[in-house]
Design a protein around this ligand. Structure first.
Ligand SMILES: [Mg+2]
Length: 258
């Protein structure tokens, strides 16, 4: 038995491709598991690349009022205290980006405007508004060569920022990651046993720092993720089905009946 009553458990999870289906954003399979977690009093924290507004608009569906992490580890938002900024402000990031515009070709979310964001993401207007309300990062559409992209990422790092390749965009954010945010949450919740769930390379820093790293296969054909967590579990299923597949036996271990 892995769990004991002295274990103070915390669940930290990515959203897209984990708690939410990558394609149709369905999530019904995780609801019974979330109910069990609530019965055990185990908080479930979203650690996402999404904005504050995007998570606030959807978290009621998951009956979730826990702290959460936005924009790839840029800030931790608490229910009862001030936000903790780990990254940089969007204004600072855009100053750096403006200084690189002569050398590199790209368009930012700010350049695209709402219509452009809708075109590039296929999101409905209300969702595109929430996705555009970024506080700590700037997504870019890359319009230059792959070689230039490598040079750009080096320049970004030299200026103390991070460039993260996502599905459609290159995200520029402060010198932070999801793993740094996990440490803040561990201490906020006084947890001594953290289960993290992720499906993408930007989740690896968080999976590495968990006690159980749960890897859900990605919808795109990325190489298999590896994690330095002491215990690593991999699901067969994708998205919410993989999430439930891994969490159910972990909760059975926790259950007093087992
Ligand atoms: Mg994901």
């Amino acid at each position: 038995m892995v769990f004991s009553p002295s274990k103070k458990v915390l669940v930290v999870t990515d959203l897209d491709g984990c708690l939410l289906d990558h394609h149709d954003y369905s999530y019904s399979e995780v609801l019974p598991v979330l109910e069990r977690l609530a019965t055990f009093g185990i908080p479930v924290v979203a650690n996402t690349s999404k904005t504050r507004g995007e998570w606030l608009a959807m978290r009621d569906r998951f009956l979730n009022e826990a702290a959460f992490v936005v924009e790839n580890g840029s800030a931790v938002i608490f229910p009862d205290r001030e936000d903790e900024l780990l990254g940089s402000s969007r204004e600072e990031i855009n100053l750096v980006l403006d200084s690189l515009r002569e050398e590199f070709h790209f368009e930012t979310f700010q350049d695209l405007g709402l219509t452009g964001v809708i075109e590039h993401t296929g999101l409905a207007k209300e969702d595109a508004i929430l996705a555009s309300e970024r506080e700590f990062s700037e997504p870019l559409v890359w319009k230059d060569s792959a070689e230039q992209e490598l040079r750009f990422c080096e320049e970004i790092a030299r200026r103390g920022l991070t460039a993260l390749a996502g599905g459609r965009f290159l995200h520029v954010l402060g010198a932070t990651n999801k793993g740094k945010a996990l440490e803040i949450l561990r201490s906020y919740y006084g947890a001594n046993f953290v289960i993290a769930l992720g499906d993408s390379p930007n989740d690896v820093t968080m999976l590495d720092r968990a006690d159980v790293g749960c890897i859900i296969p990605n919808a795109s054909s990325m190489p298999l993720l590896v994690s330095k967590a002491p215990r690593v579990l991999r699901s067969e299923g994708h998205g919410p089905s993989g999430w439930a597949e891994l969490m159910t036996p972990l909760l059975d271990e926790l259950s007093p009946q087992s």
